[in-house]
Ligand binder design. Structure first.
Ligand SMILES: NC(=O)c1ccc[n+]([C@@H]2O[C@H](COP(=O)([O-])OP(=O)(O)OC[C@H]3O[C@@H](n4cnc5c(N)ncnc54)[C@H](O)[C@@H]3O)[C@@H](O)[C@H]2O)c1
Length: 1590
């Protein structure tokens, strides 16, 4: 085999030491051994790189060493953990210790094989080991290739910051083997591309152009494995590979050139910091969640915008930069979901970023320095430029304000400008100029994705060549006169999601003639992104095929990708269905002159859509020399044969909708504005705005064919114009509204805009948007069926400082900026939404129109911290949509869910009725089912549009019947939760009862169920099992709350999974969990989660080893009813110690996917599974967490070995929690494990790790493991693994090991001898195996004894009762808000704050009351009225509890009115009403549904002859409703009040004082120990003792 590769060399600091190529490993070994003689070669790499390349290096070196006849040097390798945390002092010491241990001497050569981390770390080791040894860089990431390996900078990080300690140390060689990039994760590749793009942007426009057009080709080089060492020699190098290498080399060349001139970074070298000033600040906030290159990418765009705002850089350049970075998968703004999902994203405030930028090496004094681009490929200065903070702040702000100075008159100002080119005209002009003969200078071309891909495609087809002039303002097109070629073999034309380009190019590609198919390509393939592959192209392809073109669909029928054979266009009669898109018509028209026969184009198939666009195409063809005729009164067009002739220059007309804004500003401010490139000859409807609207409003309008000038009347003198039909220029209506807001005169200052109904379904419901936002200015409006009326007001009476929400709609933002020019302090909230059509609008407003624009920082909204559930991306605020069969309980579930989430509930049927003024059934009867389904789908779209966030929406059962509605739902499910409410069909049938006897849809309900079931599954991304009938409510309520909180981002995760805490789970090892459910309280004692071993589940009658989805769903639902703990969903394979077949990976992942749909909190995924499947699952995990697990059952794995590090690295990458399980043979193995965990935890951002050793010898590891330790329980059928201990056993062991010191808890009070509290807490401690004690401390006062107890180091906490609830307060450091409000303390908790132990006072009495009410009567919710009897300390707790339940009215009864009045004053915000008798409610208000008595039992009576006590009347209870009565009196168990309730209101729930005591005791227990109280055991002990004493 020929291993001498073709090498490209680059020189740096005068030596050709950078060698680039493909598959260089043998070459590297040979070069190093022959030119750098040494006694030992040490290769250092990380676990990720080692798995791919280490053995090849070992082989190559060994082969070369064997060839040596002299003394044979040693070759050693050292593998370390990957990641930035390794770049530390410890990491350096680790390598140095290794070198010393291996007796390496000064002649050692160290090879750094890896990314920038390895390069920086190993370089620094080399710089200082034995005062410096030789080293070689072998970068394996793109970033390392083009950046970190070149230049000789080496460094490590310290806790004080990155790269603070290091040295300049040049490597002997830098070997760039681009084949390494094939194994690099794409995100890392993109990370490096940020540097590549940056270098081209500051230095080399040609290189940049190549990058912007060739993204696809460059990706091909890393996505297609180069087998057989392809690329090692030029002869075997693919086009993609050559391109990749040239891109890398180009970048390195620039960097080495700059380094050579300025090695120690004094001036010029600063240029490579483009994007870094702002990028670094962003990185500081988002690290480690965002990569360096990703942050720099965003930084580059911000810095380019700074340059644009300075007037130095044109928007064209900013646009090119944005598109180029996007093409390499990089984020370009802080709005990118990857950013907003980062935990730290909320910290990206402008001030914070500016503050971070303050410490930048480049700054000169207080002024920040930014590399300012002047165009693509060049910078403004040969160094970074000083920039004011205010300018950076403006660019970084999300919102803007136009600074208005009403004291000045702008009267004489005359603005002349051009607005961005029209998109439709730009696309047509490109095709025409390319197909024409000669050269044409296109001016004012819109730079968009469409035009960009169109140009790339035309170049690919060798149809034309393009060059930029005037810094990108002019595009010079040299046309190919219609001669086109099939692209080079293997090259597909990639169009992204550019719709116009796809349609136009389909016919353009069919023009390629057979003779032009020279390059071995047999057909032209056009393709696009996933969305593009769904967009229709069928009618056009049908027409072309019928005309003889050979076009095949490569994937789905009717969509891209297409293969188009080079046959030329036949011509003659072409028939086209033109009712879907006018772009099909334009596509054929544009190409028709080049057909073999003159074309007659007949439009068939119904009304032709968008005729103006067809007219536009024909008019433009005429300009390029081809005259189309239309047979009068028909849709038949005749196109002669011919060749287009390029005019020398073609100015693309401005976009007419955009043009309305500067003209409106002239109108409203009383100034003059002339727009070039748009006039009366325009074919765009909105071009009539000036004449039809502005002139009528009192402006002077002068319009020539190509120019429009508007002069406004004096400020404040615009006229209201009565009615205006804006049907021909609908997009301009928002601009008109802004003007109408200040227009006067006519009847009631009214401007009535009609003909714009379609604007309800644009980027937002624009009519509603204008109405809502104008209201903020105090402007009144009225909505009409097809428009609105605006009632103008004098401009100086409009509300100042309005903050306009733009609904992410560019037109809303720009329209309100018009109003903002005369209403001071107007804020436009989302300034970036203008990017869709006029990205530099705000800069143009300042630099061209002359109005000052300032940045405004809005308070940052709650950012959604997490990803999604069951979907790739999701905002936590997205509305939840419920679907499911009629009778499945959607309304019930939806109502409870909306209560749990505090959201509004929308019932789609009710919405429909309100909208159509007719019931659903009636609508169907009158209009029939098809009409109903269509209307229902429209309603669905509207609801999503209007209530897309913050709601819970329940849809009708039949919503899935039409494909259209299913599409809407599926589309919604890409970013929002769609929940399928499941209920057993038998239950539904019996629930619907009689109704089902008459088949509602003419078929039995079970048939309907069968048909719809798959559609529900297909449309939903979550499943909720509704079991109301099974448990009657309480568990269902709890589960509804848990499930819906989970899907909106408040998952029920185990709180004890956190640093410094210990958490546990119990594994359920049952084939069927049902029989275990009644033991669930025992089984889960102390633990934080339950593991469902799905691999062990077996339905009683099922065959095979794989449980069905339905069975698993039922098991999960049953488990949810028995416990509120989070579930760990585990499908353990046989080879990892479970029972799931090893060869059924797909089935396993289907079950794991099901777990996501069910809202399971933790999903255990084995890292031995396919990484692709794991990553795909993780992408959909939403708010669930992944436990990435690895089990070594062989017993051979040693915690000190590299293999553990690599498993750990892989698991940390794939999971949120790492689980590694080994086996211990000796106690020592546990120490090794402990050591590994301690080191792993030191890494910044380390994930929680479950690390245990199996076997009896491994028990120690189970005791010491901190995260989710698996525990067993005596009631379980079998231990899930050998060596497992119970929760209580572990606590005892921890205590013995000194890890869980015993604490003393107390009750302070007097008298307390009969208290139940010691029984309560001591029973709890005992069951959990906790070493603590609870004792009584009965003292006469709050004196020394009590103080000493509080100060003792083993004091764990105390309960406080009468008479000390107030007296203890002075001894405490801090009170909780509840204790503060109630004015009493019943719980003392010692906590560590800022390193000091402080004592906190809390009051859990109110919680006890609230929880008793909630658990006894969950349906009570927020009571309309409640009653409190008594006015002492407990009454205060009762009022606080009722307030927190949301009681709308609290009646308060107390014998002594003055005490009651004092309470009213103590709770000024509570809706308290004093009452004097217990049977009349004031002002006929509602009777209470919650009653809490806080007086001793002896103070009440039901015996009317007992004069000493308050007589409780029968009328106290409204027996017709549900209610709950709580008697806080502790003795006797059944008080007069409870007795009365039993007889008078049997439906009411009754709560005894001892039950409240228990509830508040549980809460105390949990606060003190951090563990759930084992309620079942504790309550049993307490109640037994209580009743025994009674
Ligand atoms: N010295 C300099 O001038 C300079 C310049 C820029 C950056 N840096 C430093 O570089 C570091 C970042 O470098 P990086 O982006 O290369 O990160 P990295 O070294 O952490 O590598 C990224 C990831 O890719 C893996 N990996 C590397 N090569 C691979 C391959 N071929 N196949 C599969 N996986 C592979 C690594 O194991 C790692 O997980 C930072 O510490 C930064 O400070 C230094």
């Amino acid at each position: 085999m020929d291993t001498v590769p073709d090498i490209l060399k680059v020189s740096i600091l005068g030596r050709e030491s950078i060698h680039c190529g493909f598959h260089l490993i043998p070459y590297i070994a040979r070069t190093v051994l022959t030119t750098l003689p040494a006694s030992v070669y040490v290769l250092v790499t990380d676990t990720n790189v080692a798995q791919f390349y280490l053995s090849a290096f070992e082989k190559a070196f060994s082969a070369e060493i064997n060839k040596l006849s002299s003394a044979k040097p040693r070759f050693l390798s050292r593998i370390i953990l990957p990641g930035e945390t390794t770049k530390s002092r410890e990491g350096k010491a680790d390598i140095e210790d290794f070198l010393l241990l291996e007796r390496c001497t000064r002649d050692t050569v160290i090879l750094a094989l890896g990314g920038g981390v390895i390069g920086d770390l190993v370089g620094f080791v080399a710089a200082t080991f034995m005062r410096g040894v030789r080293f070689v860089q072998i970068p394996t990431t793109l970033l390392a290739m083009v950046d970190s390996s070149v230049g000789g900078k080496t460094a490590i990080d310290t806790p004080a910051g990155k790269n603070l300690i290091g040295a300049f140390w040049q490597p002997e060689y830098i070997f760039i083997d681009a084949a390494f990039l094939e194994s690099l994760p794409e995100r890392e590749f993109s990370n490096g591309m940020a540097e590549v793009v940056k270098t081209a942007a500051i230095w080399d426009e040609t290189e940049f152009t190549s990058l912007e057009t060739n993204a696809q080709l460059i990706y091909n080089a890393i996505r297609t494995p180069s087998t057989g060492y392809a690329g090692r020699h030029i002869s075997t190098r693919s086009t993609s590979q050559s391109l990749l290498l040239s891109v890398i080399r180009g970048s390195i060349y620039v960097k080495s050139h700059i380094v050579t001139i300025d090695e120690r970074e004094t001036g010029l070298r600063n240029l490579v910091n483009f994007g870094h000033t702002i990028g670094h600040a962003i990185e500081a906030v988002l690290t480690p969640h965002m990569l360096h290159g990703e942050c720099v990418s965003i930084g580059m765009i911000f810095e380019a915008e700074v340059a644009r705002a300075m007037g130095v850089l044109k928007q064209v350049a900013v646009g090119r930069l944005v598109r180029c970075l996007r093409a390499y998968g990089l984020p370009v703004s802080l709005a990118d979901q990857r950013v907003s999902r980062c935990p730290g994203a909320r910290g990206l405030g402008v001030d914070r970023l500016l503050d971070i930028m303050r410490v930048d090496k480049k700054n000169s004094g207080p002024q920040k320095k930014v590399v300012i681009l002047s165009r693509i490929g060049a910078t403004y200065e040969q160094k970074a430029t000083a920039v004011d903070d205010a300018l950076i702040a403006k660019v970084l702000s999300e919102a803007v304000t136009v600074k208005v100075d009403l004291s000045t008159t702008l009267g004489t100002q005359h603005v002349k400008m051009a607005t961005p080119g029209s998109k439709s005209i730009s696309n047509r002009a490109l095709v025409l100029a390319a197909l024409a003969q000669g050269t044409c200078k296109l001016k004012n071309l819109l730079h968009s994705d469409d035009t960009q891909v169109m140009m790339a495609a035309l170049q690919e087809l060798k149809g034309a060549s393009f060059a930029w002039e005037d810094g990108g303002e002019t595009l010079v097109v040299t046309g190919g006169a219609g001669a086109l070629q099939v692209p080079t073999a293997g090259t597909e034309i990639y169009l992204g999601n550019a719709g116009t380009a796809a349609r136009f190019l389909t016919t353009v590609c069919s023009l390629v003639s057979p003779s032009a198919a020279t390059n071995a390509g047999t057909a032209t393939v056009i393709t696009g992104n996933a969305r593009m592959k769904q967009r229709p192209i069928g009618p056009l392809v049908d027409a072309l095929r019928a005309n003889g073109s050979e076009i095949t669909y490569n994937e789905s029928e009717g969509c891209l990708p297409l293969s188009i054979a080079p046959k030329g266009l036949q011509g003659g009669v072409i028939r086209l269905a033109a009712s879907v898109s006018s772009q099909y018509v334009s596509s054929i028209l544009l190409c028709a002159p080049y057909a073999r026969e003159a074309v007659t184009l007949e439009l068939v198939g119904g009304a032709v859509i968008s005729q103006p666009y067809i007219d536009m195409t024909i008019a433009m063809m005429r300009t390029f020399g081809v005259i189309v005729t239309r047979d009068p009164g028909t849709d038949i067009y005749r196109i002669p044969q011919g060749t287009y002739m390029n005019p020398a220059q073609y100015a693309i007309e401005s976009d007419a909708s955009s043009a309305t804004y500067p003209l409106a500003i002239a109108a409203i401010t009383g100034t003059t504005c002339t727009l070039e490139n748009i006039g009366s000859a325009s074919l765009q409807g909105d071009a009539r705005f000036a004449v039809d609207v502005l002139a009528r409003m009192g402006c002077e309008v002068v319009q020539t064919a190509n120019e429009t000038t508007v002069t406004g009347p004096k400020r404040g003198e615009l006229k209201a114009i009565g009615e205006v039909d804006m049907e021909p220029m609908t997009d301009a209506f928002l601009t008109a509204c802004a003007l109408a807001a200040v227009a006067q005169g006519g009847e009631g200052n009214t401007t009535r805009i009609i003909g714009i109904a379609n604007q309800r379904v644009k980027e937002c419901n624009r009519i509603k948007a204008m109405i809502d936002q104008l209201a903020k200015f105090g402007v009144q409006t009225k909505e009409l069926d097809d428009g609105l009326e605006v009632y103008g007001r004098p401009f100086n009476t409009l509300t100042r400082g309005a903050s306009v929400h733009c609904y992410d709609d560019h037109r809303v933002a720009m329209a309100f900026s018009v109003l903002g020019t005369i209403v001071p302090d107007t804020i436009i909230e989302e300034k970036r939404c203008v990017e869709k059509t006029w990205p530099n609008w705000w800069d143009d407003l300042e630099n061209k129109i002359g109005l000052k624009v300032g940045g405004i920082e809005l308070p940052r909204a709650e950012s959604s911290t997490a990803a999604t559930s069951g979907t790739p991306s999701r905002a936590a605020s997205a509305s939840v949509i419920l679907i499911g069969m009629r009778g499945s309980g959607k309304t019930h579930v939806g109502t409870l869910a909306s209560a749990a989430l505090s959201r509004r509930f929308i019932d789609a049927d009710a919405y429909f009725e309100a909208k159509h003024n007719i019931g659903v059934r009636e609508f169907v009867r009158v209009n029939g089912w098809p009409a109903f389904r269509t209307a229902e789908t429209e309603s669905l779209k509207e609801i999503i549009q209007e209530a897309g966030t913050g709601h819970v929406i329940s849809m009708g059962g039949g919503i899935v019947e039409t494909p259209q509605a299913r599409d809407v739902l599926k589309n919604y499910a890409k970013t929002g939760p769609v929940v399928h409410v499941l209920r057993d069909i038998e239950e539904i049938v019996s629930y619907l009862g009689d109704e089902t006897a008459r088949p509602a849809y003419g078929e039995p309900i079970t048939e309907v169920f069968k048909r719809r079931e798959p559609w529900f599954v297909e449309c939903a991304n979550y499943d909720f099992s509704n079991h109301i009938t099974v448990d009657g409510g309480e568990a269902t309520n709890a589960e509804i709350s848990r499930f819906f909180k989970h899907i909106i981002g408040q998952p029920n995760l185990a709180e004890n999974v956190a640093a410094g805490k210990r958490s546990y789970f119990v594994a359920l090892t049952y084939p069927d969990v049902m029989p275990a459910l009644r033991h669930m309280s025992d089984l889960t004692t102390g633990v934080d989660a339950v593991e469902l071993r799905v691999d062990l589940l077996r339905a009683p009658d099922a065959l095979g080893a794989i449980p069905s989805q339905a069975y698993v769903t039922a098991q999960v639902a049953a488990l949810r009813r028995a416990t509120s703990l989070p579930i760990i969903f585990t499908v353990r394979t046989i080879s990892q110690g479970g029972a799931f077949p090893d060869n059924s990976e797909k089935d396993a992942f289907e079950l794991l996917g099901l777990a996501l749909r069910l809202g399971v909190e933790y999903i255990d995924v084995e890292i031995s599974a396919s990484e692709r499947l794991i990553t795909e699952l993780a992408a959909r995990k939403g708010f669930s967490q992944i436990i990435a697990s690895w089990h070594d059952w062989s017993g051979k794995m040693k915690w000190t070995e590299d293999v553990v590090r690599s498993k750990y690295a892989l698991a940390s990458r794939l999971g949120d929690i790492v689980k590694i399980v080994g086996k211990a043979d000796t106690l020592q193995d546990n120490f090794a494990l402990h050591d590994f965990v301690a080191k792993a935890n030191l890494q910044r951002g380390a994930k929680p790790i479950i690390a245990i050793n199996m076997g009896v010898e491994g028990q120690m590891s189970r005791i010491l493991n901190a995260t989710l330790s698996p525990v067993t329980h005596p009631l379980l059928p079998s231990k899930a693994a050998p060596g497992q201990l119970s929760f209580a056993q572990i606590q005892k062991a921890l205590n013995l090991l000194g890890q869980l010191p015993a604490r003393r808890y107390f009750l302070f009070g007097n008298p307390i001898a009969h208290s139940m509290s010691p029984t309560l807490h001591n029973a709890g401690f005992e069951v959990l195996g906790l070493p603590h004690t609870y004792e009584l401390l009965e003292t006469a006062n709050v004196g020394e004894e009590l103080k000493a107890t509080l100060a003792a180091p083993d004091f764990g906490g105390a309960s406080v009762t009468i008479p000390f609830k107030l007296d203890v307060i002075p001894l405490l450091d801090k009170l909780s808000p509840a204790a503060e409000a109630i004015g009493a303390v019943n719980t003392i908790i010692p906590v560590i704050e800022g390193g000091n132990r402080i004592l906190c006072g809390d009051n859990t009495d109110w919680l006890g009351i609230r929880e008793s009410i909630r658990s006894c009567a969950p349906s009570i919710g927020a009571p309309a009225a409640a009653l409190v009897i008594g006015a002492g300390g407990t009454a205060r707790a009762a009022i606080f509890a009722l307030q927190s339940l949301g009681a709308q009215c609290i009646y308060l009864f107390n014998r002594t009115a003055s005490k009651a009045q004092a309470l009213v004053e103590a709770f000024p915000d509570a809706p308290i009403k004093l009452i004097e008798t217990l049977d009349v409610w004031p002002a006929e208000g509602p009777s209470p549904t919650v009653i809490v008595s806080t007086v001793p039992a002896s103070a009440t009576t039901i015996d009317s002859t007992n004069p000493g006590a308050v007589l409780l009347p029968l009328a106290l209870f409204d027996a017709t409703t549900n209610g709950v009565v709580v008697d806080m009196a502790y003795k006797p168990a059944v008080t007069p009040l409870l007795m009365l309730a039993k007889s008078a209101a049997p439906k009411w729930a009754r709560v005894m004082g001892v039950e409240v005591l228990l509830e508040q005791g549980y809460i105390q227990f949990e606060t003190w120990t951090g563990r759930r109280c084992p309620k079942h055991v504790v309550s049993k002990s307490v109640l037994e003792k209580y009743f025994a004493a009674a």
